[in-house]
Design a protein around this ligand. Structure first.
Ligand SMILES: [Fe+2]
Ligand SMILES: [Fe+2]
Length: 244
């Protein structure tokens, strides 16, 4: 696990190495404040049991208050049924657009509505311990109902699939060193999965003015430091997206 931020009371922990071979590598992120946790994009069934063990080394499972689904994909929601059992006090935060599909993970007549909290299209914020995390709309980047998390304490942006990189086997690295070198691992995914620069421009308007120290995408390497973050924000405007 990578402890990206730790002030004692507030932590951001990233799990980058739990994905089984043959699955698309995925990062999972745990935000902790004052003994309460939020687990962001917990990935699928192949990661589940190892991630449960890792979380327990940071805080007791019943202290995880939220599970955040940035969007509907299997690498985000695939182990939903197991998480509902293993994190007994967690509520799932899910984009309003996708909440109606969550029952498909469960047998008929399973009552889950009390465990699901819809995130409205306009986003908002949620309280975690003494802190407040912002749920930032990032619709169509790539999913039509899609959110990111900004943590004002650590200044970490969990960006979901935006800024995802698919690193070739044997070439994995935790942090981006040279952004210019890194771009080739991000570009093909962005070109095909994201529809248009119009969605990117809307998002850039929303995050304008946020102080971002690190971008943690759901896949690939972490973009850390103001310099690389600024390069990333400039780059994402320049990609030739599918419909452009
Ligand atoms: Fe996705
Ligand atoms: Fe993903």
């Amino acid at each position: 696990m990578i402890v990206l931020f730790d002030s004692g009371n507030h932590k951001v922990v990233v799990f980058r190495h739990l994905t089984p071979k043959g699955h698309v590598q995925a990062n999972q992120v745990l935000f902790v404040d004052s003994g309460e946790g939020l687990l962001a994009d917990p990935s699928g069934r192949g990661v589940f049991s190892r991630l449960v063990a890792e979380i327990s080394s940071v805080l007791p499972a019943p202290k995880v208050k939220y599970i955040f689904f940035s969007h509907q994909d299997p690498d985000v929601t695939g182990a939903s049924a197991s998480w509902f059992v293993s994190l007994p006090n967690a509520v799932v935060l899910v984009p309003r657009l996708w909440s109606r599909f969550i029952p498909h993970f469960f047998p008929q007549d399973t009552s889950i509505s009390h465990r699901v909290q819809e995130i409205p299209d306009e986003g908002g914020s949620i309280r975690l311990g003494e802190s407040e995390l912002r749920l930032i709309p990032a619709h169509f980047l790539h999913s039509p109902g899609n959110f990111q998390i900004y943590d004002p304490v650590s200044k970490v942006l969990f960006s979901g699939d935006l800024f995802a990189s698919l690193l070739p086997e044997g070439e994995d690295y935790d942090f981006v060193e040279s952004f210019e070198e890194h771009v080739k691992h991000m570009e093909p995914f962005h070109r095909r999965y994201i529809p248009s620069v119009r969605a990117v421009e809307r998002w850039l308007e929303r995050v304008k003015g946020l102080e971002i120290e690190a971008i943690v995408p759901q896949h690939g390497a972490i973009i850390r430091g103001r310099d690389n973050v600024e390069k990333a924000l400039a780059w994402v405007r320049t990609v030739k997206y599918f419909l452009d």
